[in-house]
Design a protein around this ligand. Structure first.
Ligand code: SF4
Length: 262
């Protein structure tokens, strides 16, 4: 794995003037060489999401391998959507990306998904859980746990959950990619179950993207079920930062990680 070069490439955006360079990600005790391609011109944060999905997939692959070496195998399987009833936090850029993904779908699929989002928000409102839904990451630990428990008790499936599988698997949010368990699947029926054992990761791109997004545009997390409504109410800001700068500063915020220009 050490000899592989991780390809990190931003999505093409209007007027993108790409530059490619090598960087080294320090992941746990390992150095991972990567080829980073992003724009020299200002780029929307969402165009960088492919980079952070790739980093997350690398981190989870390594985390799963460490767990396997310790005799613990992954319990997560297609067809098990227990965790898809949790309050899923998205970075602002991810919320816009989810909204754009749905908006680009042909009818009747788009209408069907929009109806699911609306129904989920109505259920949250009926349960009195919308007041803090704007930024769950801003809550303290006790408030967040309480909110998460109350949310989960509603049994509200993510709008993208179909036959207990993710209908947008390649485009699923960073926090969904990061949540993996080696404990028995039955334990996930209660997210506060102390026996749940998640796969430890050397860094969390979801936290880095949220923190950097908040720094550059002022928004923290958005709940998955609020993504469409939130994106409609918050037009995308005019990009101010070159994509390459935004990518490197976000990579530098991966908890405990470091990216050095090679
Ligand atoms: S986006 Fe997919 S993986 Fe994430 S909560 Fe929804 S259905 Fe589950």
């Amino acid at each position: 794995m050490e000899d592989d070069v991780l390809a990190l490439r931003a999505a093409d955006s209007d007027g993108m003037a790409p530059i490619t360079g090598t960087i080294t990600l320090e992941i746990g005790d390992e150095s991972v060489p990567a080829l980073l391609t992003a724009s020299l011109t200002p780029a929307p944060f969402e165009s960088l999401l492919p980079i952070f999905r790739a980093i997350t997939d690398e981190l989870t692959t390594r985390g799963i391998a460490r767990e396997a070496a310790a005799g613990r195998s992954l319990s997560c399987r297609a067809g098990c959507g227990a965790c898809c009833r949790q309050a899923v936090p998205l970075a602002a850029a991810e919320a816009r990306a989810i909204a754009a993904l749905v908006a680009a779908m042909p009818d009747p699929r788009r209408t069907q998904l929009e109806a699911r989002f609306a129904a989920a928000r109505a259920a949250l409102a009926a349960a009195g859980l919308t007041t803090v839904a704007a930024d769950i990451a801003a809550l303290d630990r006790t408030e967040r746990d309480d909110y998460g428990r109350r949310y989960f008790r509603l049994g509200l499936a993510c709008p993208f959950l179909e036959a207990e599988s993710c209908a947008i698997h390649p485009d699923r949010p960073l926090s969904c990619r990061e949540y993996l368990v080696t404990s028995p699947p039955q334990a996930c029926a209660d997210p506060s179950d102390a026996s749940i054992r998640t796969v430890p990761l050397a860094g969390r791109a979801s936290a880095a993207v949220t923190a950097r997004g908040k720094a550059v545009e002022g928004h923290g997390t958005v709940l998955m079920v609020d993504a469409l409504a939130w994106a409609a109410a918050h037009p995308a800001p005019v990009p101010e930062h070159p994509g390459i700068d935004l990518a490197l500063t976000t990579i530098a915020e991966l908890p405990g990680r470091r990216a050095d220009a090679a």
